[in-house]
Design a protein around this ligand. Sequence first.
Ligand SMILES: Cc1ncc(COP(=O)(O)O)c(C=O)c1O
Length: 482
Amino acid sequence: MVDSVVSHLLTARQRPILPALPERSVLEAAVGGELPQAARDPEVVFDQLEKHLSRYSANFLHPGIMGWVAATPVPLAGLLGGWLNALRIFPHSWKLTAGSTHIETTVIRWLGQMIGFSDGAAGYVTTGGSFANMYAVCVARHRALGLDSRRRGLLAAPQLTAYASEHTHMCIRQSLGLLGIGEDHLRQIPVDTACRVRADALEARLQADIASGHKPFCIIGNAGTTNTGAIDDLEALGALGKKYAVWFHVDGSYGAFAAMCPETSGLFKGLSLADSVAIDPHKWLNIPFEAGCILLKSWDDLSEAFSHVPPYLRAGDTPSQHDHWHYGFELSRADRATKVWFELQHYGAKAYQKLIQSHIQLARKLAALIREDAEFELVAQPALSVVCFRYISHVPMDTDLLDRVNAAIEESYLAEGRVLFSGTVIAEKHVLRACIINHRTTWGDVREGLEAARRVGRRLAEGLTQRGLAAGKHNARQYELR
Ligand SMILES: Cc1ncc(COP(=O)(O)O)c(C=O)c1O
């Protein structure tokens, strides 16, 4: 397995980003079939697995991968994960697994320090940002309604409402659904031209909800949206949280680590006002899956929402003896914190700060290039390392057709294989989106992403011209793109 990791690392750039899609029958023959009854040599089984699993999985080690929020794992932490699992070292309780338990609380404290949230943060290491955000919504719900609702449910409770920008990650909406509050009770507040939530609109909506008998319970600020990397005015949102006695949560899953960097730390002013922050080491710290984290100011916030001590788990828990069933929902879980601990020891926080700065510089360089280029339009000035842009052709096109050209360029990244930007929709326009958080990405890769968009954009535009469509605006309904 170690040899295989090494050979994949050595060929990371040569192998295409996206695998050829197999026929289902091919995979069925390779890794499907009947429940095995007899023993087999694990080396032979692994050979079979390696051949098919990596061939049909996207190559997330590739330096050109800049789609979605795709980091690439630092390899030693990946191997460490296997070591921890093989030995069943995991965070459970002080009595059984004090080392892993103490590392988890240490990592939580370090993460809180790194982003300037708190020097003594409480928290819980989760599978990722989605769960970290859900934990925050759960704690906020508990804060608003108290123990009674934890026991008796929400039926007798006032209707809770939460507030977040329209660009907020879908997991917040899902959390409201899963926690019985209802997805419709997430108020999606419009953003300004920099894609930051409009605090005035948020306050107006909150006041209207109070007036109609609802109970606002959570304001969610973004410290780096998925779409554009925008950072809300956290100071203003924190002040609103205080004014209306509403829990203030910040989703920093993607962006909060940039608070470490002197050039961008000012954008995160107000982060320390948050009651909780979601942060994802498996994003910008390039830690292998899974490593997300919810940070809070007090352990009591978690224990009031989660703690249960059934007779089969009785154990002590003083502040120095940490038993995890007081602070979260999962009982048996993998050790997710030790690989973060290991890589922070291995590289040091300063190296991560430099990495993040370098990604922000690459994003700014790309944005500057796009701004000067008549074939492209910069859709949002990058606050961090997400660059949203659009191919605009010299061939006149209506908005729908331009949308489809950009959607076709997005698709073409999936086919070309050397670099991958993804796409999104901003202000109802289909845009291309580079998110630079991969520690192997170079300026050459970023540049190639733009050139790939140009090549495909020109080919599509020329196709339209050749069909005699030089004059007048082409429109999406008339023409199939090829
Ligand atoms: C801002 C933000 N929040 C939450 C999430 C969800 O994180 P995860 O995929 O780790 O569950 C993401 C994922 O990209 C994100 O960008």
